[in-house]
Ligand binder design. Structure first.
Ligand code: ADQ
Length: 464
């Protein structure tokens, strides 16, 4: 059986509980066939001659899986990771051209690190390995591997959205990026909307020809493009909800908020997540539906993220000020509208928090999928479930039509949806939750991995 080789910017140690559903799914896939998980170690070394050299490659064997990581130089970290990945591709792919910084040194660092990854990975490959590359950090990796003579099947999964063609075309290196994509055999995206954008872009900008079954032909290569919406491990998450820390968190929250209704937001502090808009909607709710004063509280957990980038600093200040203002304007001695927590919550405790909440606010301005929405559903008590309010601009909206879908830019509409969620009768809550659970169970993270790997094999067979 072919081994699986997974490449991603960071490698999670699958033995650690904090690793999360994606790491678990990848670990399962790797363990079935044996294989390698390759990526950046997360460390930078000051001496550029050591960074990336064989001396900075770390190998660790866990059963039949090898975890292989490489250190980067400080300059590569700044240009490849902070620069091109997080200051160019992340904002542009989330439709935020205004936040992108097109600095030529970023593109050069991005190429350098992708080439370095290919150089360190190529000698470890066996002829029938199947290679699965993850996310926007590594778009040109297959092209670098092909240039070294690699003929293995290589698939790419993009966890973030694809923007409409003209936004994509604003990236100065867009032609090179597209050509690089055609070195893969399969490109997997989160949604059908993303597929439409990528196909439209490839046809318009790269003269690609579309063929039946999601195949595109350009640059003398055939590429299959398809939607593979990522899921969660529903069983694992429900089990976490019943675990000691999950139950403890649930009872503490229920006790603390016994006379209140809890709204919950759990996000990384990122401008794509629509956090300020969420606070505006809550303010509107309190102004126009005053019965919620002294009754509804929003707990907003915002995990620190990419703090060394300016846009994230600005967002932090904006959130501090919005939360301070709403609490100052509406708060009482015994009630505050928002509890804003700029910290991570331990993964084992999260399900308890989800279960204690009547409403989840998952209202990104743009999001690849958004796993918090699925985790919230999986953690609910099926006999008395909470309500999911989901942005129509989250990838998950394509699958989760029984959630209350909102446009997060529409303050009034979002506030109306919150009011509806807070007053929704039990029967309707159960009906919606049952339908949503059927979807997330069917399309869980194991389905996602199998569907992607099977489609990769099929794409290689079809184009051989
Ligand atoms: P993210 O942008 O990180 O991921 P998301 O899918 O919502 O977004 O979250 C990933 C994980 O982080 C979830 O398991 C969640 O529980 C956890 N998490 C988020 N905030 C947290 C907090 N404050 N404390 C503790 N844990 C927290 C990218 C894309 C998404 C896509 C995923 C997977 O941006 O669109 O869904 O990859 O493909």
């Amino acid at each position: 059986m072919s081994r699986l080789v997974v490449v991603s910017n960071r490698v999670a140690d699958p033995r650690k509980a904090a690793a999360g559903g994606l790491a678990v799914a990848i670990k399962d896939g790797l363990q079935q066939t044996g294989g390698i998980w390759f990526g950046w170690s997360g460390k930078t070394v000051a001496d550029a001659s050591v960074a990336g050299s064989q001396n900075s490659v770390h190998k660790q064997t866990v059963g039949n899986v090898q975890l292989v990581t490489v250190d980067l130089s400080q300059q590569d970290y700044e240009t490849y990771y902070l620069g091109y990945a997080n200051n160019v591709l992340w904002p542009v792919f989330h439709y935020r051209l205004d936040l992108a910084q097109f600095d030529v040194s970023f593109g050069a660092g991005y190429r350098r690190v992708n080439r370095l990854f290919a150089q360190r990975l190529f000698p470890l490959l066996k002829p029938d390995d199947i290679i699965w590359v993850h996310d926007y950090h590594l778009i040109p990796l297959a092209a670098e591997l092909r240039a070294m003579g690699c003929v293995n099947p290589i698939g790419f999964f993009l966890h973030i959205p694809v923007p409409p063609p003209l936004i994509m075309a604003a990236v100065p290196e867009h032609e090179w990026l597209t050509r690089s994509l055609f070195a893969y055999d399969l490109v997997g995206l989160q949604t059908e909307a993303d597929v439409k954008h990528l196909v439209g872009y490839a046809e318009a900008e790269a003269g690609a020809e579309s063929h039946q079954g999601g195949y595109l032909r350009a640059f003398n290569r055939t590429l299959r493009v398809g939607a593979f919406p990522i899921g969660i491990d529903v069983g694992e998450f429900a089990a976490l909800a019943d675990g000691r820390e999950g139950v403890d968190m649930f009872s503490r929250m229920r006790e603390e908020y016994s006379r209140r209704q809890l709204l919950l937001g759990v996000d990384r502090l990122d401008y794509s997540k629509g956090l300020p808009q969420r606070i505006h909607a809550l303010r509107y709710l309190l102004e126009h539906y005053p019965e919620n004063r002294k009754r509804a509280t929003l707990i907003q957990i915002a995990a620190p993220s990419r703090e060394n980038l300016g846009a994230y600093d600005d967002l932090r200040r904006e959130m501090d000020s919005l939360c301070g203002a709403i609490n100052g304007d509406f708060g009482e001695l015994d009630w505050m509208p928002v509890r804003y927590i700029h910290r991570n919550v331990a993964r084992r405790r999260l399900p308890g928090l989800y279960r204690a909440s009547q409403v989840a606010l998952v209202t990104p301005l743009r999001d690849g999928m958004n796993l918090v929405s699925k985790e919230f559903l999986a953690a609910q008590n099926t006999a008395d479930p909470g309500v999911l309010i989901l942005s129509r601009f989250a990838g998950g909206a394509e699958q989760l039509g029984e959630a209350l879908l909102v446009n997060p830019y529409d303050t009034h509409g979002t506030a109306e949806a919150i009011q509806r969620a807070l007053t929704m009768p039990l029967g309707e809550r159960i009906e919606r939750h049952t339908a949503l659970m059927a979807t997330i169970r069917k399309y869980d993270v194991h389905w996602w991995r199998r569907a992607f790997v099977d489609a990769l094999k099929e794409a290689v067979r079809r184009t051989a």
